[in-house]
Design a protein around this ligand. Sequence first.
Ligand SMILES: NC(=O)c1ccc[n+]([C@@H]2O[C@H](COP(=O)([O-])OP(=O)(O)OC[C@H]3O[C@@H](n4cnc5c(N)ncnc54)[C@H](OP(=O)(O)O)[C@@H]3O)[C@@H](O)[C@H]2O)c1
Length: 331
Amino acid sequence: MVENTLAAFSQCGQPEQVLEPHSAPVREPKAGEILVRMLAAPINPADINFIQGVYGLKPVFPDATAGMEGCGVVEETRSPAFLPGDQVILLHGIGTWAKYLTASADRFLKLKVPVDPAQAAMLKINPPTAYRLLTGYRELHRGDWLVQNAANSGVGRCVMQLARLLGFKTINLVRRADRWAEELRTLGADVVVGEDDPQAVQQVLAALGGTRPLLGLNAVGGESAIRLMEVLGDGGTLVTYGAMSKQSLKVPNRFLIFKGLELKGLWITAWLQQQSRGDIEQLYDRLAGWMAKGALHQPIDATYPLAQVTAAVTRAQEAYRNGKVMLRLDQ
Ligand SMILES: NC(=O)c1ccc[n+]([C@@H]2O[C@H](COP(=O)([O-])OP(=O)(O)OC[C@H]3O[C@@H](n4cnc5c(N)ncnc54)[C@H](OP(=O)(O)O)[C@@H]3O)[C@@H](O)[C@H]2O)c1
């Protein structure tokens, strides 16, 4: 019998303290299920929050497993929708930080074009989040501007790459402009400004001339979100989808009274649950196609085998990384 290894935890807490690699026999698929040999899974801020018990989904004990997204290859199938060797990503549920995953076939999505496994492992969450942020709140036309913070994050990079594909222009706030500006410009960023510069807002406004963006994308909160609201034009929309600074969103009254800003929030998990399977497949086929061509890419800071999951989650929580921390599950 083949042995599985998975990252499990029996109580919420700091991931490096509560997670441990756990061994169990691989479960054979029942009717309607597939057995997937996992290849790669990233560590996202949402995974850390889930293990800490502060995310929108809560772990089920005993022996909760971790990992909200990841990529693998079908090893055995008892579903007519999949063949052995199909490249798949987990679409619904949790448990990708494992060497094998046996689950209902409808929890997976088959990739119609081959995609590098580490990139495919990051397809489920950040690319559709960026796509929805760009298309779900304001009707942007070619040449229209938007402004975002945490622009060097996985989502931020997806936003600027998709914006370039869709013909929109981006103003990008980052914490280390000297480190990121050149690289982000090659991905399509039109303007990159350092958040820590006291003149950040003035720099953005100078780069825009008289134009003001009507869409702002906020993954940080606190003072950073205020900078976005400062830049937005009258009647603009600020969409909050993350809170990396752990600071609440503070809204100076003038932005509501005189600018008439609209405040929205996105949780992609909830949005995906409201879409039909057909619409979801169409969206992911499009995003996977861009990924396969290299037009949608998220960098990797470091790669760890599952046996070193503790070191991996520690690195994933450090500031100033150079991309995602990736678990290689086939090592
Ligand atoms: N709502 C949704 O459906 C949804 C979906 C996907 C992601 N998200 C959220 O989006 C955010 C980004 O996710 P990701 O996967 O793209 O992240 P990521 O690739 O891990 O990058 C994290 C980013 O946060 C920045 N950051 C960290 N601490 C910060 C602080 N104190 N102040 C300002 N910036 C800080 C980092 O900047 P440095 O490089 O300078 O450290 C980096 O740009 C997270 O909050 C995540 O939970 C939400």
